[in-house]
Design a protein around this ligand. Structure first.
Ligand code: ADP
Ligand code: ASP
Ligand code: MG
Length: 401
């Protein structure tokens, strides 16, 4: 059996017209001799009736925080509705289909509601559906705990379902259909002349996804990489080739930087020794933040100060921790962390210098930088982020093929 996973995102299944395209892609795969396993997301985006955010808005914030088990049950409904609607459209065309929840498809998770980790995939039911020539339509983003409760896999988690099934079923490839042509050199909503990346390595895409490129979930990239299953990102609305992600694509573009991504809502924190020298807590601060599950990044420790960033969502918690420790600090809110990613930058001199030159030419203050073998980060004020990303995109010639 030549198994192909075809995952369709929220916008791809949002209208009857779009679902026609979805149905055509599935039938085409079947006619080519594949046994497709379809994974679907909830229909549409925020504001549309069955989108995940719309379902979440049906209950109070307090309930959301106090009953994650209930919230997973609520959020799972969006994908379940999608499976049945897509199944209906396929059966009108005489296709034999079986819509399934994540649990029915054998996705067994721990009970970490809202962000459950997958323990295993019990593939018996899916395999027998495929062997009978039928097409399983699986609700993405969800599983079931060993106690039988519905769980979800973290926002954007339908990609994770697709990659998991691809690996478990030894699929020829995992196709992720969305509303853009593939992985672009930057978010096309920020950079209008962002260009399509035709081939890219798992590692680079993982970095892009992890650093804010919403087009694919980073965990899906890791799972596909570990299972050595090629991932292809395509546009539901056309027949373009999309982006092929595999191991053989490292350095395929020959460029120093392959893509630019960004994360908003960062807060830069500076804790000065001179303002806290009477407190022994100065040296245990980073441990205390870890104990309170506040994740920090871009950490620079100097003899006279510690500088790092946290997410805006952790700010209330952070204030409490700092108050309890009796430490003074300075916070710059509304920052954006920009990441320039490319495996070709390893060992190439002058890349950071070039970035700083471009940003200073554009009068954009760089609040902090950091680098690894494949990524350079710069922190800027959010109001300047779009200008900075566009300038960097031009400087590294990413709009040009
Ligand atoms: P889906 O509902 O299909 O899963 P998502 O909204 O999760 O779609 O992801 C697709 C979106 O990701 C695109 O509409 C695009 O704006 C955004 N995006 C961010 N960075 C990139 C990038 N580098 N390449 C392509 N799309 C990107
Ligand atoms: N519907 C879920 C979400 O909005 C999962 C997904 O779209 O992948 O996060
Ligand atoms: Mg998505």
């Amino acid at each position: 059996m030549r198994i192909l996973i075809q995952k369709f995102g929220g916008t791809s299944v949002s209208t009857h017209e779009r679902r026609n395209r979805v149905v055509n892609k599935i039938i085409k795969a079947k006619n080519k001799g594949f046994s497709p396993v379809v994974v679907v997301s909830a229909m549409g985006r925020k504001g549309q009736p069955y989108a995940t955010d719309t379902l979440l808005s049906l209950v109070s914030r307090d309930f959301r925080n106090s009953s994650p088990l209930s919230i997973d049950l609520l959020m799972s409904c969006g994908e379940i509705i999608s499976t049945v609607v897509v199944a209906d459209e396929l059966s009108k065309l005489k296709m034999d289909v079986v819509p399934l929840t994540g649990g029915q498809a054998g996705i067994i998770t721990d009970d970490n509601y809202n962000d459950a980790a997958v323990l295993r995939v019990e593939k018996g039911k899916l395999t027998s559906i495929l062997e009978s020539g039928k097409i399983p339509i699986v609700a993405g983003f969800q599983g079931v705990s060993e106690n039988g409760y519905v769980t979800t896999l973290g926002r954007g988690g339908s990609d994770v379902t697709a990659a998991l099934l691809g690996t478990a079923l030894n699929a020829e490839s995992v196709e992720i259909y969305t509303d853009v042509d593939g992985i672009m050199t930057a978010d096309p909503r920020i950079v209008s002349d962002a260009s399509l990346i035709e081939k890219i390595s798992y590692n680079e895409v993982f970095q892009m996804a992890d650093q804010g490129a919403k087009v694919i979930h980073p965990r899906a990239v890791k799972i596909a990489m570990n299972g050595n299953v090629p991932l292809v990102i395509k546009n539901t609305l056309n027949d373009g080739k999309g982006t092929v992600i595999s191991n053989s694509a490292a350095g395929a573009s020959g460029k120093v930087v392959n893509g630019i991504t960004s994360m908003d809502d960062r807060v830069q924190i500076t804790v000065k020794y001179s303002e806290n020298k009477d407190s022994e807590n100065y040296y245990t601060l980073l441990d205390e933040l870890a104990n309170n599950l506040i994740s920090i990044d871009l950490i620079n420790v100097f003899p006279y100060e510690e500088v790092f960033t946290i997410g805006n969502e952790d700010m209330d918690n952070f204030k409490i921790v700092m108050k309890n420790l009796g430490l003074n600090y300075n916070a710059i809110k509304e920052c954006t962390k920009i990441a320039l990613i490319g495996s070709g930058m390893r060992g190439v001199p002058g890349v950071i210098a070039k970035i700083l030159k471009v940003l200073s030419r554009e009068n954009i203050k760089v609040l902090q930088t950091a680098d690894s073998h494949t990524t350079i980060w710069c922190l800027v004020e959010r109001s300047k982020a779009s200008k900075a990303i566009n300038a960097l995109h031009r400087e590294f010639l990413l709009g040009e093929k």
